[in-house]
Design a protein around this ligand. Structure first.
Ligand code: PLP
Length: 362
């Protein structure tokens, strides 16, 4: 596959080549059933099995203990921003948020539509270029939950360890780093992630939810926005995104074949070390704005001296087959998203072209 780009897109993002090839092989006729997986009923035995297998595989890979539901939802992580307060923020309680960047801010703003909120910690004054220390986090005494964003996709900052919230449910948006490293899932009451960064194509959102969160979900909110309804119906209250679930299944099989999360984490660190080293050893030609202790192993943000040079960098790398290195429009600069499916070779090639560009422009 010599003409596959070096894809550093932030989302939708790179998928493993092996997964795409397997999907291609099975596209017209899925496992001898005489039709595509896209053409079967979601009530069929085949989809029931696929749905169950995918839940099981995720539980196995991520180490999800008993007492948790795995749901496949639609509407992206952005719909979860509203569902969380609608389902869990009761009157007299406070939705507690850690403000670490653009995505955390969206989650927090959405909660303000439904109830009282507070900030348990914020790195806004440092332009989100660091993740607050766990000791800086001040849980509101009436907190209904604490919400964190484990990896800020736009700024490139990532939690390195997670707060202990005792009996207060800890909820994490892991859209851009789920399955990139090992996590103690038992610390969380809820983890959610849109699939299109690290799990598959867009169209499905994975929600991992502790059973006790479902105990008293309000009955006066829209049916489609109730977690208890989705749990009771095994994510098939309405027609699920069958093809996206199928793709997530293939990606999970691929991760398992790669050696699971320990192997993924090791490889992700090796990949990002290549690029962070290219930044740190450039004598200031490239600058990584995020504090070293908060650097993301999924989204590497960096800058050059001025925007002209950044434009030149993007143009030259594009001419050499690199895609997606432009920073998010809200922050500018450059960003390389190095999700699980981005090969080591792509990161090595990026580190090399960075060094080469510096030689010619430094
Ligand atoms: C991409 C992203 C989202 C938004 O996901 P949608 O599926 O587009 O709603 C939310 N949170 C984080 C951390 C993200 O990276």
């Amino acid at each position: 596959m010599g003409n596959r780009a070096y894809n550093f897109n932030a989302g939708p993002a790179a998928l493993p080549l092996e997964v795409l090839q397997r999907a291609q092989e099975e596209l017209v006729e899925y496992q001898g059933i005489g039709m595509s997986i896209m053409e079967i009923s979601h009530r069929s035995a085949q989809f029931e099995k696929l749905n169950g297998d995918t839940q099981q595989l995720l539980k196995e890979l991520f180490g999800i203990p008993d007492g948790y539901q795995v749901l496949f939802q639609q509407g992206g992580a952005s719909t979860q921003f509203a569902m969380i307060p609608m389902n869990f923020l009761k009157a007299g309680k406070v939705g507690s948020y850690v403000l670490t960047g653009a995505w955390a801010e969206k989650a927090w703003k959405e909660a303000q539509l439904f109830g009282e909120t507070s900030l348990a910690a914020s790195s806004q004054e440092q332009k989100f270029m660091r993740i607050p220390e766990l000791s800086e986090i001040r849980l509101h005494p009436d907190a209904a939950y604490l919400h964190i964003t484990s990896n800020e996709t736009i700024e490139g900052a990532q939690f390195q360890s997670y707060p202990d919230t005792g009996s207060v449910p800890l909820i994490a948006d892991m859209s851009s780093d789920i399955l990139s490293r090992q996590v103690d899932v038992s610390k969380f009451s809820m983890i959610y992630a849109g699939a299109q960064k690290n799990l598959g194509p867009s169209g499905v959102t994975v929600v991992i939810l502790k059973d006790d969160m479902l105990k008293d979900v309000p009955k006066n909110i829209p049916t489609m926005l109730r977690y208890d309804i989705h749990a009771k119906n095994n994510s098939m209250y309405n027609t699920p995104p069958v093809y996206s679930v199928y793709m997530v299944n293939l990606v999970l099989q691929w991760i398992k074949g790669q050696g699971g999360l320990a192997a993924m984490e090791k490889r992700n660190r090796e990949k990002t070390d290549l690029i962070y080293n290219a930044i740190d050893q450039s004598g200031g030609f490239y600058r990584g704005p995020v504090e070293k202790g908060s650097r993301s192993i999924m989204n590497i943000t960096f800058r050059l001296q001025d925007e002209e040079l950044e434009k030149k960098f993007i143009k030259e790398t594009e001419q050499n087959g690199f895609i997606g290195l432009k920073g998010h429009r809200s922050v500018g600069g450059l960003r390389a998203s190095t999700y699980n499916a981005v090969p080591y070779e792509a990161c090595k090639a990026l580190a090399e072209i960075m060094a080469d560009f510096q030689r010619r422009n430094g």
